[in-house]
Design a binder for this molecule. Structure first.
Ligand code: ATP
Length: 444
């Protein structure tokens, strides 16, 4: 099978699993959907929150020199004039006169042929601005136009001074933000990979320009290690794309790409942005955002190193990497079907980390008490419907790393059976040791 066919098959299976098991739904589905918008269901939002807190912990809570910010989605539109988004944040697009499909010219293999119907009858390429517009105030005219933010980093630059003064941070230090961003993408596609509303996790690190390359290398390394160690991405699943064409103000830029079902795609960018951002906002706001280095009696415009990742793309990467159909293991555990669908998600980000399954409904009371107890420490679920084998399969399919069976022996030996999702091996663990055991396995 050609790789792209396999990729398409995997994507179809993922989209269907996400819908069926409550990870991701098309937005407004009962109204026919809305292209480029997706809703996260019960398991999807658990996973989303888990990845957000992992990133936040990694980038903010475990560091003394990175602060957090939570800014508004709509802000003074001059911000987007200063950042260049109003004048330059556009893609070239063309329409097929035959099938009416709309395409981004830079994504077409042959910009003279429609990739949908093969027609050569295309409109002249024209610039299409990606900013989403709205109006603020009672009058809907040009003076009241505002924009939904196209990226979460601009409000960080705008708040640079306030954060620094409030926290008494000295260079070098960073400011991080997680939040929604909006882009009127010409051609949303590949499930959540290219959406019109998505979540970004960005960190802007402000430093002395002389140390810019040192910090660029540092953050590049930190972010690659995060994917290796925290999200457990193997080397062959990731690659680094070094930009050879740089924006005029940039000194260096790389993308961390991963193997999505449709091919390699950007997950995160690490960019050395020079002094561009703070200089632009100083110029447009009239407020000098330069930094007084009291120790060395000088003033400087800080250089910015940015790490910028999409949360939706992270979830898609995790799911694509985790999806597996396991045929060898199926007859174990007394199941009839040929294929076990399993998500090998890292336990830290699995939507459910431990499921409590009583051997019989007669054990409901004890098993529920155990579930209530462990759900204080782990994302947990209780399930007593159907055979144990079927319940294991339901948990495999949503990526639950540990299933805990409370059986009749548990009443006497005060122990439970813990079944590992990946090896399907079972271990008997004392209930009083369970929390410790799971914490070690999950790797907090
Ligand atoms: P692309 O080249 O794929 O359009 P970009 O280089 O414009 O992405 P950035 O502006 O650097 O992306 O945004 C940082 C991160 O935000 C990206 O690495 C990606 O993970 C995420 N992102 C950007 N656009 C989208 C989108 N339309 N849908 C989902 N995530 C996105």
């Amino acid at each position: 099978m050609a790789d792209d066919v396999k990729g398409q098959e995997l994507m179809d299976k993922l989209v269907s699993l996400c819908k069926r098991r409550g990870f991701i739904f098309p937005s407004s589905e009962i109204y026919g959907g809305f292209n480029g918008f997706w809703d996260y269901g019960p398991y999807g939002c658990r996973m989303k929150r888990a990845v957000e807190s992992l990133w936040w912990r990694e980038m903010v809570e475990t560091r003394d020199n990175v602060e957090g910010l939570d800014s508004t989605i709509i802000a003074n539109p001059t911000i987007w004039k200063a950042s260049g988004h109003i004048d330059q944040f556009s893609d070239l697009m063309t329409d097929c006169k035959n099938c009416k499909a709309r395409h981004r010219v830079d994504q077409m293999e042959d910009p003279t042929t429609c990739p949908v119907c093969g027609s050569k009858d295309l409109t002249e390429p024209k610039e299409f601005n990606l900013m989403m517009k709205t109006f603020v105030g009672p009058v809907f005219d040009d003076e009241h136009v505002a924009y939904l933010r196209a990226e979460t980093c601009q409000p960080i630059f705008v708040n640079f001074h306030s954060v620094r003064v409030a926290t008494r941070q000295k260079l070098p230090f960073g400011v991080a933000q997680i939040g929604k961003a909006f882009r009127n993408e010409i051609n949303p596609r590949n499930f959540t990979f290219r959406s019109r509303e998505f979540t970004q996790m960005e960190m802007e690190f402000f430093c002395d320009g002389e140390e810019g390359m040192k910090w660029f290398e540092y953050w590049k390394e930190q972010r690659i290690n995060y994917y290796r160690n925290k999200l457990q991405f193997p080397e062959e699943f990731m690659r680094i794309h070094v930009h050879d064409k740089l924006a005029h103000y940039a000194k260096a830029a790389i993308d961390i790409e991963v193997q999505f079902p449709f091919g390699w795609g950007e997950l995160e960018g690490v960019h050395h942005r020079g002094t561009w951002d703070l200089s632009q906002h100083s110029k447009f706001s009239g407020v000098d955002l330069s930094y007084m280095d009291h120790d060395n009696h000088r003033t400087l415009m800080p250089t910015v190193i940015e790490t910028s990742v999409g949360l939706d793309r992270t979830i898609l990467a995790l799911l694509s990497r985790a999806y597996d159909e396991d045929t060898a293991a199926t007859k174990k555990e007394g199941m009839e079907e040929d294929v076990r669908v399993v998500l090998h998600l890292p336990p830290l980000v699995a939507p459910i980390q431990a499921a409590v399954l009583p051997q019989s409904k007669k054990l409901k009371e004890n098993a529920e008490a155990l579930y209530k107890d462990i759900s204080r420490y782990f994302r947990s679920e209780y399930d007593d419907t159907g055979s144990i084998g079927k319940r294991y399969r339901r948990q495999d399919e949503i990526g639950t790393p540990y299933c805990i069976t409370f059986d009749f022996d548990s009443l006497n030996d005060n122990a439970v059976t813990v079944r590992d999702r990946d090896t399907m091996l079972q271990e008997r663990i004392g209930i009083t040791q369970l929390r410790d055991y799971l914490e070690k396995k999950i790797g907090f």
